[in-house]
Ligand binder design. Sequence first.
Ligand code: TYD
Length: 202
Amino acid sequence: MARGSLIVFEGLDGCGKSTQLDLVFDWMQARGLDCVKTREPTAGAWGQRIREMARSGEPVAREDELAWFMEDRREHVRDMIEPALERGTFVLCDRYWLSSVAYQGARGLDAAEIQRANEAEFPDPDLAIIFEISPEEGMARVKARGGVGEPVFEEVDFQRRVQKVFDSLDRPWIVRVDARGSIDEIHERVLSVLTERVVRPE
Ligand code: TYD
């Protein structure tokens, strides 16, 4: 059986990637394509610990934070992503290791080294869509959605540093999509990338 495809949705907080992921999932299901959606941090033990850390605002050493994201990803790839790819499924993943490079890089760790470690251990995505939005607009969307902020991750200055790292990432499987506009407009952009890159039209 042909191996599935790993499609990753990335970008700053408030970039709209999760909404777009849901729309792609529905679009694939309507076409009878075998697909699953998943996210990092996961709902597993490490992921819960990460979310708890973000909620509490308690300072955590950046090295520890990175180590938790890596542990979370290790379990995620082993138990969920890799088996699904082996079954021939489209795996839609809300954040992946590009976020570790960008966010933990923005916290002052060596971004190139984080990327090296992740590429050595985890499968490359077949496609990573980076949704591009300004840090200001992203933060405004996060506020508008009224969610409880995640103070560790979500200040504008910090988002600017995250954006810099996202901007610097360069791999043939990365595609950047303008995340400004209506949800439908952005969905159309995403579909044209998908049909061009990974989903063969019937
Ligand atoms: P996410 O679940 O996308 O945010 P939301 O709760 O708004 O849906 O991600 C939570 C935060 O985790 C986000 O600010 C980015 C951060 N993060 C990292 O710092 N490193 C990582 O490796 C990952 C996967 C996420």
